[in-house]
Design a protein around this ligand. Structure first.
Ligand SMILES: CC(C)(COP(=O)(O)OP(=O)(O)OC[C@H]1O[C@@H](n2cnc3c(N)ncnc32)[C@H](O)[C@@H]1OP(=O)(O)O)[C@@H](O)C(=O)NCCC(=O)NCCS
Length: 169
């Protein structure tokens, strides 16, 4: 359904357009181009473009951070797909989780998600990520109200209990 490729500077217009789209912007942080460029060459980060297998079109991106963590804790940061509701997000999440545990020897994969992001929370829960707690009212939204973030994680033992790489294919 999807394939995953290292992001290049040529992909950054696409990445920034996705970040700016109103459907995504309410749930994720937007970065300046310079921040993405820095991430592309940071050995602590895997910045990835998601493509649809059917036509090769770019349909999303995600980042893994903490590849050099001595604690083997890898953060899944900012997954976005533009073809929503057809399983591409789930496939991209699985690809990132597989990559973290198999290529980068993660012990723990974690993320934070806005508490009102019901779709993403449902997706993460259904892939076995466990809610650890809530950072209550930790962000100010553009309209001035406070938003909370939920911390979620998947441990290596849980990844293996769900079938390891095969369970996340
Ligand atoms: C979050 C995101 C990556 C998920 O990708 P997606 O392709 O839309 O998701 P999928 O279709 O693979 O699966 C989403 C699941 O949530 C469910 N879902 C959809 N809308 C929902 C809602 N409003 N409430 C609860 N669950 C919902 C779907 O039914 C599906 O579950 P199912 O397969 O068991 O039916 C994508 O929607 C996106 O880019 N959102 C904007 C950016 C964002 O929020 N990123 C996450 C930041 S932490």
């Amino acid at each position: 359904m999807i394939s995953v490729h290292p992001t290049t500077s040529d992909d950054l217009d696409f990445v920034q357009a996705l970040e700016a789209d109103w459907q995504n912007g309410q749930y994720i942080t937007q970065w300046r181009r310079a921040q993405h460029l820095e991430a592309l060459s940071d050995p602590d980060c895997a910045h990835r473009i998601v493509r649809a297998s059917a036509d090769g079109a770019k349909i999303g991106f995600f980042m893994l951070w903490g590849l050099q963590s001595p604690h083997r804790c890898i953060e899944f940061r900012r997954i976005v797909v533009d073809r929503k509701g057809c399983g591409a997000g789930r496939a991209a999440l699985r690809a990132g989780i597989r990559m973290a545990f198999t290529e980068h020897d993660a012990h723990r994969v974690w993320l934070d998600v806005k508490s009102h992001n019901a779709r993403a929370r449902q997706l993460y829960q259904s892939e076995g990520l466990v809610e650890e707690g809530t950072l209550r009212e930790c962000l100010i939204a553009p309209d001035g109200h406070y938003e909370s973030m939920v911390l979620m994680s998947l441990l290596r033992t849980e990844f293996e209990a769900r079938g390891g790489p095969a369970g996340f294919s």
